[in-house]
Design a protein around this ligand. Structure first.
Ligand SMILES: Cc1cc2nc3c(=O)[nH]c(=O)nc-3n(C[C@H](O)[C@H](O)[C@H](O)COP(=O)(O)O)c2cc1C
Length: 346
């Protein structure tokens, strides 16, 4: 088995590690995406895509766990339900230098339900608690849980309150990240399950009131600094998913506004693009197609004049054989031409 050359340094010294985070998103928040996000915000907590215990215990560990040191603070999200398997994966997470292990109790996909984990675990709080306890026994890393406010048509607050209560008292979990809508386990695709069950942020606020000693972060449908600031009046943290992915520049204000930094990680989109191009040049030099990474960049100029043309260049398949530097030059030309075309002539 290949091993990491050097274990990355755990740089997580934040007093409030869960204040802001980017959600785990399958196929989206891969290691390249996380490097991009790190160029925009140094302090926001980042999560991997969900990795199943089966994939780690029987698959290619470096492929699933390797990452760049700049990605810290970084949490590994696990999908699984068998305490012994979770414990074995928690050991791996620690060995690979992750800052946190997060257990997925919110994914509604049928594949995940067949494996009996994800959102259907909310019906088995004792099993979740045992899984958390098993992980905590083998590692000092924080073990956190990401879950929904309910499953199927159970609308009662008591359900999620009892879930959190059990996972805390029996499992020792002290950090809960709550996607503020139910998961409907039948009849909806995972995508629909992120859109159709209604959002009820107030239930997450109530959890914080009922469990003031726990760290409670809210997730679901939050976009923009004002929405984040409003949530932070009620809970300890906010996790942002789709908006952060589609509009990565929206995170540029977070370090200074919310996370106590004296300076932002970047003040110009151009600087982020250039740094990411340097990263992609490095990938290409190692034989990894840079287009694996460039797809995450496409929202960088959203809202700016010329953004559509810039995006078209970066997603043009005919340019995949070019160097990223050359594609950036073309994309910049397109951006400026698009911006000029957008200015009405006097
Ligand atoms: C493409 C995609 C993949 C996702 N994959 C995961 C996942 O692997 N694990 C998880 O806990 N949630 C996953 N989610 C759910 C997000 O983490 C988040 O809970 C959800 O998108 C709601 O937050 P948002 O409204 O800010 O996007 C995924 C969401 C999307 C859009």
């Amino acid at each position: 088995m290949r091993r990491r050359a050097a274990r990355p340094v755990n740089t997580d010294t934040s007093p409030e590690p869960w204040r802001l985070s980017v959600a785990p998103m399958m196929d989206w928040t891969d290691r390249h995406c996380r490097v991009l996000h790190r160029l925009v915000t140094r302090r926001t907590r980042l999560y991997t895509e969900m990795v199943t215990t089966g994939a780690l215990l029987h698959g290619d560990v470096p492929r699933h766990l390797d990452y760049s040191a700049v990605e810290h603070p970084l949490a590994l999200q696990l999908g699984g339900s068998e305490p012994a398997d979770l414990a074995a994966c928690a050991r791996l997470a620690e060995r690979w230098g992750y800052d946190e292990i997060n257990l997925n109790c919110g994914c509604p996909s049928e594949r995940v339900q067949r494996g009996a984990f994800g959102a259907c675990l909310m019906a088995e709080p004792e099993l979740v608690a045992d899984g958390v306890a098993a992980m905590r026994e083998v590692t000092p890393l924080p073990v956190t849980v990401k879950h929904r406010i309910g499953i199927d048509r159970v609308e009662s607050y008591d359900f999620v309150r009892d879930f959190v209560g059990t996972v805390h008292t029996r499992g020792g979990c002290t950090v809960f990240i709550v996607h503020a809508r139910n998961a409907w386990l039948q009849g909806l695709s995972p995508k629909e399950n992120r859109e159709i069950p209604p959002l009820r942020h107030e239930l997450v606020h109530r959890l914080k009131r009922d469990f003031p000693a726990l760290t409670i972060a809210v997730n679901g449908g939050l976009a923009g600094d004002e929405a984040i600031a409003a949530q932070l009046q009620h809970v300890d943290g906010v996790m942002v998913g789709r908006h952060a992915y589609h509009e990565p520049w929206s995170m540029a204000s977070w370090d200074t506004r919310f996370l106590g930094a004296s300076e932002p990680a970047a003040t110009q989109r151009e600087a982020v693009e250039e740094a990411f191009v340097a990263y992609m040049e490095g990938l290409a030099a190692q034989g990894t197609p840079w287009s694996h990474a460039s797809r995450h960049l496409l929202g960088l100029y959203n809202g700016q004049p010329g953004a559509r043309r810039w995006r078209q260049v970066w997603s043009d398949h005919r340019l995949k054989a070019e160097r990223p530097q050359a594609v950036m030059r073309l994309a910049r030309q397109a951006l400026h031409q698009g911006a000029k075309a957008a200015v009405p002539l006097a």
